[in-house]
Design a binder for this molecule. Sequence first.
Ligand SMILES: CC(C)(COP(=O)(O)OP(=O)(O)OC[C@H]1O[C@@H](n2cnc3c(N)ncnc32)[C@H](O)[C@@H]1OP(=O)(O)O)[C@@H](O)C(=O)NCCC(=O)NCCS
Length: 178
Amino acid sequence: MPAKKHLRIFAVDGQPPLLRSAEIGDLENLREWKNANCRFFFHKDPINPEQQASWFQAFLDRTHDHMFIVECEGRAAGCMGIRRLEDAWEVYNVILGEAEFGRKGLMGRALKMMCRFAIEDWEWPVTLRVLKENPAVGWYLKNGFEKISEEEDHFYLDLNRLEFESPEMRVETEGEVR
Ligand SMILES: CC(C)(COP(=O)(O)OP(=O)(O)OC[C@H]1O[C@@H](n2cnc3c(N)ncnc32)[C@H](O)[C@@H]1OP(=O)(O)O)[C@@H](O)C(=O)NCCC(=O)NCCS
């Protein structure tokens, strides 16, 4: 199994955020952020440290599954993930972790950068599932996604590739995720 590369994605205009690969030292943040926001997700049971650690071990073996820490001025503001499914990318685990970084456009910019990274890596649709009652539905629609279909409790959204714009950015790889 090839090692998972450690990635850093930053905008060439120098504006935040920086997206960097999540590592073992981020697990407690990831766990706390997820547990604090579980009402917005399909999986609602609290995650304990052992479960978080075993997720990370399995994650390390999935080459095309990326979890990013969204950083602003050197501080962790939140997280977001994107992974390859059979025939599409799927956005997942998008969370503003620290409220002070919220509602500034930071997370929206991070989402666009992550989607652009994925598309440039592999030319596939970018999709996600979101619970209908989640206010993030509107946020995704403003950030380039559109509704494709729905089930009883959730929508499927796809990135509108024709209208999609993201900051000019660079991707650096630096060692392995550990
Ligand atoms: C979804 C989520 C990540 C968005 O975080 P956020 O900090 O609000 O994201 P942004 O700052 O990009 O959002 C922009 C909002 O700030 C406002 N804003 C303020 N200043 C802004 C600026 N300079 N640029 C852009 N937007 C700005 C916008 O009006 C927008 O509000 P709106 O969505 O009501 O229109 C966050 O609400 C969250 O973590 N939710 C809980 C977890 C969740 O539901 N995740 C998705 C699961 S599928």
